[in-house]
Design a protein around this ligand. Structure first.
Ligand code: NAP
Ligand code: SF4
Length: 696
């Protein structure tokens, strides 16, 4: 540590986080790790250059170690898509030859040039039964609940090939300039399927007893170590609590950890799920640092360092984890996607300037699993560093931004960062717009952080903020702004239904803000993201699981203390429902909730099902009157005798101000919901506004 670094105030405040870790032949400069996340850049034609920019920016941001997204050691371990004639359409990144190693060295060079003291580690990911290719392999021909194909059972030669390919991949990673590899032995990928009886039904030396089931992962780790020598980091990622009914017992987890140390693994990383398990482990409804007590138990079993992860998204949370002695290192993958300067800001005691990951998964994992390039809802530059640049302007303008919701805030802060003089005007008495509604939903408390971040940025960037101010076209045209950005957002849609003005009918806005009472029998009209949020809010009883780990454990049936097999075996979730009968409805005949996020939608659907919310599709609304809501369901008329009908029927754009300014010849543009309300969410609003503000 240099003398200059020593005086940074954050280094004392987060003393544990900034403590170097001696690791055999080398030292990790602090306890932070940017964990592995597939970005989708790996497969693009200019992927190595884009990855170089993406990782180098994060290395320069002060993190101690970066672990890449998963790279397959061979074709059968990854994704290969072909057309009907057998031509390759797409192949996920692998590392099995010198040419591929040369590509990786572009990235390792960029990272080490940006921060020579940042360790750069490549994850070796063999997907096993979750691989998408012509010949996926596994210990036994057991198709995963979420896999595309039944894998082929490997014979002795096949097993030897996989071990050898892992070792060769590690050797090539060293050749490419990485400081180490992480071998993934969790999540339902190849190595983990050897460990669990339901996926390993072999009776030879690779199956049966636990000693035999551990043999393959241990052999992979051992051969990698023999191949790369002692001066190379090997991290092994275990499923410390796999969340599978009948999954690994605590004793098995402990034994595996001890054996991994014996075969030369440098660091154990604790992971907490298989992709097919039915407990959320990283979504926003998971409490911060929920799983670190499990890591703490692993740490007691070994003398090598142990990494913890999951929902650790601010420096003080990481510091508390380290202070408790739960782990030696803290992995924060999504938080570094959201803010590449996370650790520099912590070091300078500027944590209030961190653009906090809200654990929404909307632009990262939803994109990854949807085959799109990864990005971040709160930071659209993530993985787009070479395309979206916030460069200083050489033509500063006086810009008025009307509306301090997601789009207006993103535009105002991006334009101000580039050197424009920005005035931000909102009729409300606080910034945030729709964020202020979202943060009221149980499990979405992280939105408070986004509002905090923007408040701080407004102050730091010298944006003139005028709250409680309703801007009109006359005022704006006379004020002499060079450009006006209308981010006035949306107004809730009022469906054209007989009786819509009846006192039973209320808007979701009034319900979420607690301005209107909600009865015991409720119909929710509209089952988009907001319909689900409202159903969650009014069906919920007691404290939010996101804020209370005991509530979360009960809701999802997890026993952190006794660690039965998988942490979940034999535990029934305990549902704390509000005393209400709720109907959640849509007109479409698709499954209710189909449009929700790919990686989180199931948690919302399952939560509401467990609370007894009735989800109805193919509904026609006829009228609302004293009797309730009159509908037609499956061609049959019916009356839902409800006390309250909550309208969650989407939004309409608010564009009047734009049109009036345009008519006066003012330079004006629309952003966010005011531009396009349909399908609009914070992700689209922030992205569009940031892109426009990067160009003015
Ligand atoms: P939305 O997702 O567009 O859903 C609107 C709902 O209203 C649909 O169920 C639609 O279904 C119904 N609807 C539309 N027009 C109607 C009409 N005239 N009469 C009756 N029903 C009508 O909009 P939203 O729920 O308001 O959400 C707004 C945005 O925020 C969306 O983009 C959403 O994805 C986002 N959001 C996301 C999350 C999240 O967790 N990811 C949470 C909240 C909001 P039918 O047309 O089939 O009836
Ligand atoms: Fe975090 Fe959401 Fe960004 Fe993913 S998209 S990194 S979950 S804020």
């Amino acid at each position: 540590m240099s003398a200059a670094e020593k005086i940074l105030p954050g280094l004392e405040k987060y003393a544990r986080l900034f403590e170097p870790l001696k690791l055999g032949h080398t030292t990790i400069k602090n306890r932070s790790i940017m964990g592995s996340m597939h970005t989708g850049l790996e497969e693009l034609p200019d992927g190595f250059d884009r990855m170089a920019a993406y990782y180098a920016e994060r290395a320069a941001g002060g993190v101690g170690m970066i672990i890449t997204g998963g790279i397959a050691p061979n074709e059968e371990g990854g994704m290969v898509m072909r057309d009907k004639d057998g031509n390759r359409l797409f192949a996920a990144s692998k590392l099995s030859n010198d040419e591929e190693a040369a590509g990786h060295s572009t990235v390792t060079k960029a990272v080490h040039d940006a921060a020579p003291d940042c360790k750069f580690v490549m994850q070796i990911l063999h997907m096993g039964p979750l691989a998408y290719n012509d010949a996926p392999v596994a210990p036994s021909p057991v198709k995963s609940r979420i896999g595309a194909f039944a894998p082929t059972e490997m014979d002795e030669a096949g097993i030897e090939k996989q071990i050898a390919d892992h070792a060769e991949c590690a050797r090539l990673a060293k050749q490419a300039g990485y400081d180490g590899v992480e071998i993934i032995g969790s999540a339902g990928y190849l190595l983990s399927t050897f460990l669990v009886e339901k996926t390993n039904q072999r009776t030879d030396q690779w199956g049966g007893s636990y000693e035999n089931r551990m043999r393959f992962p241990l052999e992979v780790a051992k051969r990698c170590r023999e191949t790369v020598g002692d001066d190379f980091i090997i991290i092994f990622r275990i499923a410390a609590m796999d969340m599978l009914q009948g999954g690994m017992s605590w004793d098995e987890v402990a034994e595996l950890s001890r054996e991994l140390e014996k075969v030369g693994v440098s660091i154990i990383s604790t992971h907490f799920t298989w992709h097919e398990s039915a407990v959320p482990t990283i979504a926003t409804m998971v409490p911060r640092a929920a799983f670190t007590s499990v890591t703490a138990r692993v740490r007691k079993e070994v003398s090598i360092p142990v990494i913890t992860s999951n929902r650790i998204n601010m420096p003080h949370v990481a510091e508390e984890v380290l202070e408790r002695g739960d782990a030696d290192l803290v992995s924060m993958a999504r938080p570094m996607l959201a803010d590449s300067q996370f650790m520099n800001k912590a070091a300078e005691d500027r944590a209030d300037e961190i653009n906090t990951c809200i654990a929404c998964n909307q632009a990262c994992l939803d994109h990854t699993f949807g085959g799109k390039t990864t990005s971040c809802l709160v930071n659209p530059r993530a993985c787009h560093e070479t395309l979206l640049k916030y460069e200083p302007t050489d033509n500063p303008k006086a810009i008025a931004v009307i509306g301090a919701g997601p789009a207006g805030l993103a535009y105002a802060t991006t334009a101000a960062e580039r050197g424009h003089k920005v005035t931000l005007i909102d009729a409300a008495d606080e910034i945030g717009g729709q964020f202020n509604l979202a943060k009221l939903v149980p499990g979405k408390e992280e939105f408070y952080e986004t509002v905090r971040y923007y408040n701080k940025m407004i102050e730091k960037l010298g944006i003139e903020l005028r709250l409680n101010t309703r801007a009109d076209a006359d005022m704006l045209s006379e004020a002499g702004f060079d450009h006006v950005v209308v981010a006035t957002g949306i107004t809730p849609r009022v469906p054209d239904i007989e009786g819509i003005a009846h006192e039973k009918a209320v808007s979701y806005v009034d319900v979420l803000k607690g301005k209107k009472p909600v009865g015991k029998r409720v119909a929710i009209m509209g089952a988009g993201g907001i319909g689900f949020d409202v159903a969650d809010t009014i069906s919920h009883d007691g404290p939010s699981g996101a804020m209370d780990i005991d509530v979360f454990a009960k809701e999802w049936g997890v026993d952190f203390k006794n660690h039965p097999r998988g942490g979940v075996t034999g535990i029934e979730p305990e549902v704390a429902s509000a005393d209400r009968e709720i109907f959640l409805m849509q007109r479409k005949d698709t499954n209710v909730g189909k449009g929700l996020g790919k990686t989180t939608g199931w948690t919302h659907r399952l939560t509401l099902q467990r609370r007894g919310v009735k989800m109805l599709n193919g509904i026609e609304y006829r009228k609302i009157d004293d009797a309730g809501l009159h509908i037609t369901a499956n061609g049959k008329p019916d009356i839902l005798e409800v006390d309250t009908v909550i309208i969650c029927a989407g939004q309409e754009p608010l564009r009047e101000l734009h049109d009036a300014l345009d008519a006066k010849g003012v330079s004006v543009e629309l952003v966010g919901g005011a531009y396009e309300a349909a399908e609009l969410d914070a992700k689209a609003a922030i992205k569009q506004a940031s892109e426009l503000a990067s160009q003015i």
